[in-house]
Write a protein that binds this ligand. Structure first.
Ligand code: PFF
Length: 449
């Protein structure tokens, strides 16, 4: 007998799921990560491979996560458990939900520190320090553990406030405000870049592919980016799927979220690169692209003290609409099992993320190490990212694909997507049974050898 679990509520209105899932997907990964990776991995060739990963792996897994979440209405742990039991499979499949929660806690611990830096940059860009360069400025920001911890605390607190207010009153209400604002600010930045920046150069950088530098690494990086960017393999989308109204169509919704996520990543490139090229800065400067190169452009340009803060507000909003989705699966589990109330669950998990985040905040300064090429690295951040983003997320995605492709009862699946066109259904089955698991297995194997 499966016990009755506490209910969480349902998104109100047809667009709330799309806004919430897009909010989860669109984040630092799109606006900070995608442009710098496109910059370092050779521009359009990376973009093309990334698109392929989104269509062939990302969207099929997103459909699966929403489907499993929606049919149960519960947190990922119980959603996996129910679907497994109802299909006559082992209830150990719930472990996928557990790895997701662990991945979420680890991701949020460092995500919040970086998002905290974005919050800090709203003020830095508004009143630039003319005595130092933007790279010295960045050095100053990350060399102070106290500074990083203050902003990490502010960001974690904002995330906690929204999640503890609940599905409809907290997350649902916030994404209805944050997402249109994000869209507006992003379009403003793109139009600004088109008028004042080197827009054509940016277009050709992002859209004229040069495959001469593409190697397996490019595929690995594009696939990792696709998983991270679409929030897959760790339960965020599954948790949000649990609140999706029954009448909403899963397949087309997944395509919409995948397309919006990709559109935002490309628009972020079109907002950033015209400015970078106009000021003759280096597009391949890596993770410091927005904090160092872009800040130096803002400091030099007319109205930079206005445009700069707008950009960092945009980045912070994107990060916040993602962080709430990272916190949700664990909170939903503790609350539905009635171990704690939703508010208490949110507080407990936020404190856990905050404490682990101290590692990332101090890894930039006290515990930073210098690698063989003389560059300082944050060993804690790198380890957290390796475990959560490079191992647990793809592993979770692969297991979800294997479960729905090979173990879940097909009549249960069809009940959730009754209107699907038979050709599209066969196509999705092919991708979820073979393409997605094999591609992830390929990443793992090539990382090991
Ligand atoms: N998709 C978010 C981004 O691109 O920044 C990050 C993220 C959110 C990762 C939710 C994982 C997740 F479950």
């Amino acid at each position: 007998m499966q016990k009755t679990l506490k209910k969480h509520g349902t998104w109100i209105g047809k667009w709330t799921f799309v806004l919430a899932a897009t909010g989860s997907a669109v984040g630092l990964g799109n606006i900070w990560g995608f442009p710098y990776k496109a910059g370092t991995e050779g521009g359009a060739a990376f973009v093309l491979i990334y698109l392929l990963c989104i269509v062939a792996i990302g969207v099929p897994i997103m459909i699966s996560e929403i489907l499993i979440g929606r049919r149960s209405g519960n947190s990922p742990i119980n959603a996996m458990k129910k679907s497994a039991i109802d299909s006559g499979a082992s209830s150990l499949w719930q472990l996928v939900g557990w790895t997701g929660i662990i991945a979420g806690v680890l991701i949020l611990s460092f995500y919040s520190v970086i998002a905290g830096i974005c919050l800090n940059y709203i003020f830095i860009a508004a009143s630039p320090n003319e005595l130092i360069t933007s790279s010295e400025q960045f050095g100053q920001v990350i060399s102070s553990p106290t500074n990083l911890l203050i902003w990490h605390t502010v960001f974690m607190f904002l995330t906690l406030l929204i999640v503890s207010a609940g599905v409809e009153d907290g997350i649902g209400r916030m994404v209805k405000i944050l997402m249109p604002l994000l869209g507006f600010l992003l379009l403003f930045m793109v139009i600004y870049g088109a008028i004042n920046g080197a827009f054509l150069e940016a277009l050709s950088f992002l859209f004229a592919p040069d495959f001469s530098n593409v190697g397996t690494d490019t595929f690995l990086s594009a696939m990792g980016q696709a998983f991270f960017s679409m929030s897959l393999g760790m339960g965020s989308i599954m948790a949000y799927g649990a609140y999706m109204p029954k009448e909403q169509e899963i397949v087309s919704t997944s395509f919409s979220v995948g397309s919006l996520d990709t559109l935002v990543a490309i628009l972020a490139g079109l907002a950033i690169f015209p400015i970078i090229f106009a000021f003759n800065l280096e597009p391949g400067s890596g993770p410091g692209l927005v904090f160092v190169s872009l800040l130096s452009a803002f400091n030099q340009m007319e109205f930079g003290q206005l445009i700069g803060p707008i950009f960092f507000i945009l980045l912070s909003i994107a990060a916040l609409s993602s962080s709430i989705s990272i916190l949700e699966p664990g909170v939903a589990y503790l609350a539905e099992e009635e171990f704690l109330t939703r508010k208490q669950s949110a507080i407990v998990i936020s404190i856990l993320c905050w404490v682990i985040g101290i590692g990332t905040a101090t890894g930039f300064n006290i515990f930073s190490v210098v690698d063989s090429s003389g560059e300082s690295i944050n060993p804690f951040l790198n380890t957290m990212e390796l475990i959560s983003v490079q191992i647990l997320q793809p592993l979770g995605g692969m297991l979800i694909a294997i479960f729905i492709g090979w173990f879940m009862n097909e009549s249960l699946i069809k009940n959730e997507i009754p209107q699907i066109n038979p050709f599209l259904y066969s196509l999705w089955r092919f991708f979820i049974k073979y393409v997605a698991p094999l591609s992830v297995a390929f990443i793992f194997i090539s990382q090991i050898i």
